[in-house]
Design a protein around this ligand. Structure first.
Ligand code: SIN
Length: 545
């Protein structure tokens, strides 16, 4: 089956929905999402969105905090653009129905504090901010006659000029053009051709590449992988953010304890009840995330304990129940009363600062292909993202992509009348060995957790590289022999992203932001204050086809 639309959006989180709502003014929008439309990382975001809305705040301060967290790698022009557009876009969300918490007396936003921020500037909907944003954006999108959701649809690969006319036609990074994607309809088990004048990758992050993560199951780096395979450059993949405080409990899967808890006075302590963050940074528990996650890692290695504890029991119990209803209830369901008990926590993979290189208009180096949100690397986050800057980035770049595309609305219209070759399954047959997929999936995640985590060494990175190389080879053989399933596609993408992270980490011979290597303990501005950029055009062109 062929589906023709003006705009193809891959992913249904804040980035995809914000693009869709704007682009729907200019034509038909198809949103493909690999599970249900609510299965987006946005839905799990707790803390909020950072924006300069307080009387004692300024753009300069937000810029400074972002640059400081980014540890010398942020692109200052991008930081300024994002920070300055923030307040207007927050108010736009309010006009779309998003109910951010306001102070009862003044009616102004109740601004929270998180690590690395010098002012209170986080707008929030208590501890379910992402859910509130996602729900409203989906409601608005469902009202639009120009937007169609395709649930249980997963992009296999992008439909590019080089793919259609065989790869010899395109030899440099900027020559290729995207015309949509081949998409697996997982319900019917067939691959459809989605043709579009413009394609926007909004697939979010890749936390699932690690064994322990705050991310939902969908976060497998699909967009990064399909983009890279299509020739989009990726940058800074070594900068994987580990959130310091995920709930540690044998039955809790991926549950985050928001940094806002530390913003409200929560303090980290060891099993003996000793608070330890003052040893590591003057901002103590509200230092930037890389510092806090490394401090916890150090304490755990020193003591051999399984977790540390986050203590907020000194705050009023009624206040905690009303400020953190979701965290309170979830912890209670595991037998932890946060008003009385310190919360057992560990760091877990949370956010990819790297991704598909996108410019100020969210354009990638492939024509008519854009990347927005966590899947992209715009230069905002540098070596470490400042808390609550991620949803903000998605809003700003969704608008930027829209503005760029809207200026070209008349272009490429004839594309929608053209025939494109259907997906060719070759001689693939049904697999009766899904155990291979499960095994490889598990091995990648364990390898990444054990060898490519918070603290890295060259020896461990090389070990990880060998394992990932073997798995990738196995997947390549398996992939072409068997009919495509969502699990197989996810595995292939996960292996690609793991490979990109490991290769980038091996390139950077210094410690900076989230990339910490004791054998190169210092930041080295002379040699390494540059993005780590990888492209299939650099060397092993065919390795990814
Ligand atoms: C949190 O609530 O701690 C997560 C916010 C973020 O990742 O920016």
């Amino acid at each position: 089956m062929d589906v023709f639309s003006d705009f193809l959006i891959i992913g249904s989180g804040i980035a995809g929905l914000s693009c869709a709502l704007r682009l729907a003014r200019h034509g038909k929008v198809s949103i493909i999402t690999k599970k249900s439309k609510l299965d987006a990382s946005t839905n799990f975001a707790q803390g909020g969105i950072a924006a300069v809305l307080g009387l004692n705040d300024s753009f300069d301060l937000h810029v400074k905090d972002t640059l400081e967290a980014g540890d010398g790698l942020c692109h200052e022009d991008v930081v300024k653009m994002v920070v300055e557009r923030g307040p207007r876009l927050i108010n736009e969300l309010v006009s779309l129905g998003v109910d951010f918490k306001t102070a009862a007396d003044t009616g102004s936003f109740d601004l929270g504090r998180e690590g690395g921020h010098s002012r209170n500037r986080i707008v929030h909907a208590l501890d379910v901010t992402g859910r509130e944003v996602e729900k409203n954006l989906i409601n608005r999108a469902e009202e639009s006659p120009n937007i169609t959701f395709y649930e249980n649809h997963m992009a296999v690969d992008l439909l590019t000029r080089s793919r259609i006319f065989r790869r010899g036609a395109v030899t440099t990074e900027s020559e290729d053009t995207c015309w949509g994607a081949y998409v697996l309809d997982a319900h019917h088990g067939r691959v459809d051709t989605f043709v579009a004048r413009f394609t926007i990758i909004c697939t979010g992050g890749a936390g699932k590449v690690y064994l322990y993560t705050s991310n939902p199951d969908i976060a497998g780096g699909d967009g990064m992988a399909i983009g890279f395979r299509a020739g989009v450059k990726v940058a800074n993949m070594e900068f994987v953010q580990f959130h310091p405080t995920c709930l540690f409990h044998p039955h809790a899967k991926n549950f985050l304890i928001s940094e806002a808890v530390r913003g409200e006075g929560g303090r980290l302590m060891d099993a003996q009840g000793c608070y330890f963050m003052e040893k590591y940074h003057p901002r103590k528990d509200l230092a930037a995330r890389d510092i806090v996650a490394r401090a916890i890692d150090r304490e755990l290695k020193k003591s051999g304990a399984d977790c540390v504890y986050l203590d907020i029991t000194h705050r009023d119990a009624d206040y905690l129940r009303s400020r953190f209803p979701n965290i309170y209830q979830t912890c209670l369901s595991y037998g932890i009363d946060i008003t009385k008990d310190p919360i057992p926590v560990v760091p877990a993979a949370h956010y990819m600062c790297g991704g598909l290189v996108a410019d100020l208009s969210a354009r990638t180096n492939v024509n008519r292909l854009y990347a927005v949100g966590e899947a992209a690397c715009t230069g905002l986050h540098g070596a470490n993202r400042l808390a609550s800057n991620s949803l903000l980035e998605a809003l700003v770049f969704a608008e930027a992509a829209y503005q760029d595309i809207a200026a070209q609305t008349e272009e490429n219209k004839d594309l929608l009348n053209k025939d494109f070759p259907s997906w060719d399954p070759g001689g693939a047959t049904d697999s009766d060995e899904s155990v291979v997929v499960t095994h490889n999936w598990d091995e990648i995640r364990r390898t990444m957790w054990n060898y490519v985590g918070i603290v890295r060494t060259t020896k461990r990175l090389i070990r990880a590289k060998h394992r990932i190389d073997n798995i990738r080879q196995e997947i390549d053989e398996y992939y072409w022999d068997f009919l495509i399933t969502r699990d197989l596609l996810e595995l292939r993408n996960l292996a690609t992203v793991a490979d990109l992270i490991v290769r980038s980490a091996l390139i950077r011979k210094e410690s900076r932001g989230l990339h910490y290597m004791p054998e190169y303990p210092q930041r080295d501005d002379e040699n390494w204050s540059v993005d780590t950029v990888l492209s299939i055009y650099d060397s092993n062109h065919d390795r990814y086809r």
